[in-house]
Design a binder for this molecule. Structure first.
Ligand SMILES: Nc1ncnc2c1ncn2[C@@H]1O[C@H](COP(=O)(O)OP(=O)(O)O)[C@@H](O)[C@H]1O
Ligand SMILES: [Mg+2]
Length: 306
């Protein structure tokens, strides 16, 4: 894929990138047992990085900014961004920063995840040497996020926060952004319950445009006074990893292409569903023809006002 010039970027995604190692084995887990690996994939991963790849595959000129190391794992991630047409000129590369996400898929369908993430002090990148029309943040590096939001305000660029996991810093970003897409994991921790609607009410007090994605139960939202819920597209889920990232990347695409809000919800959830059809977070991220075909050949989920 062609990599857009920095000046042509429509979407800037800032946040986490790591190396995903996805391992599948046939045994049920027992202690002190060696598992024979049946299948293994190694891909770039990370919330923001996956969303950037998702948007780029859907035809959006996308740039990724975040911190990577000077090591072979980081180079692997940069190469994969480039193969997917994502501009990486705003990536800051420092030292040796191994960031690893290990997914173990057992024969009983259960998955286990382990990750190693080097704590770091973020460096403010010179991210707004470009003029994007939209910015997506995963709240990974607070000081960079704050700097980006400040510049975005001055330039009238809308900012979306992917509230993936709860942290005080991510919470502090919510009132500062224009839109929030929160995961069920975030809301569960935030509310200490699975009362998604109470979570939505709570988040909406801080941001008037909020969506909560609920895995195979679809999503709920409050969007400038309108509240609703939608189920999901039919899909035999092989692996749900990355569905939220697919949703975010596609939702940004729909915003940039000026889809109506409801059309965009259907579009983004179809991307989430397709991501679940393949193992790992990246393999199922669709291009536009695949996504359009899928939507045309499957019954669309109903939207209900709440
Ligand atoms: N099993 C599934 N079948 C169909 N669509 C799904 C499935 N899992 C997720 N999706 C779609 O992807 C969206 C985001 O997925 P979700 O699982 O909520 O994100 P996360 O990656 O944070 O767990 C959901 O709102 C839904 O539309
Ligand atoms: Mg999920």
């Amino acid at each position: 894929m062609t990599i857009p010039a920095l000046t042509d970027i429509e979407l800037l995604v800032h946040g986490h990138s790591c190396l995903d190692v996805y391992v599948k084995h046939a045994d049920t887990p027992v202690n002190d047992w060696q598992h024979r690996i049946q299948a293994m994939t190694i891909n770039g991963g990370g919330m923001a990085a996956n969303a950037a790849v998702a948007a780029s595959r859907l035809g959006v000129s996308t740039g990724f900014s975040g911190r990577l190391g000077i090591d072979p794992f980081s180079q692997f991630q940069i190469d994969e961004f480039h193969q997917n047409g994502v501009n990486t000129e705003l990536v800051v590369q420092q030292d040796y920063i191994p960031s690893l996400f290990l997914a173990l898929n057992h024969s009983d369908g259960q998955s286990e995840y382990s990750w190693y993430h080097t704590p770091h002090v973020s460096k403010v990148c010179d991210a707004l040497t470009c003029q994007p029309s939209l910015i997506l943040l995963d709240g990974e590096s607070f000081d960079v996020a704050i700097a980006l939001i400040g510049t975005a305000r001055e330039r009238n660029i809308p900012v979306i926060l992917d509230a993936c996991y709860l942290s005080d810093r991510r919470l502090a970003l919510i009132p500062k952004v224009d839109m929030v897409i929160a995961s069920h994991d975030f809301v569960r921790e935030y509310m200490q319950s699975e009362d998604w609607h109470a979570g939505l009410r709570q988040l909406t007090q801080h941001c008037a445009k909020t969506i909560i994605t609920l895995d195979n139960e679809g999503c709920i939202w409050h969007w400038q006074g309108e509240e609703g819920s939608m189920g999901c597209w039919p899909m035999d889920c092989v692996d749900g990893l990355g569905a939220g990232d697919a949703f975010h990347g596609a939702f940004c695409t729909g915003l940039l292409r000026r889809y109506t809000f409801h059309d965009n919800l259907r579009f983004a959830s179809a991307a989430g569903a397709l991501c679940c059809a393949r193992e790992g977070a990246r393999a199922g991220l669709p291009d536009m023809p695949t996504l359009t075909r899928f939507m045309a050949s499957h019954p669309e989920p109903n939207i209900t006002s709440i």
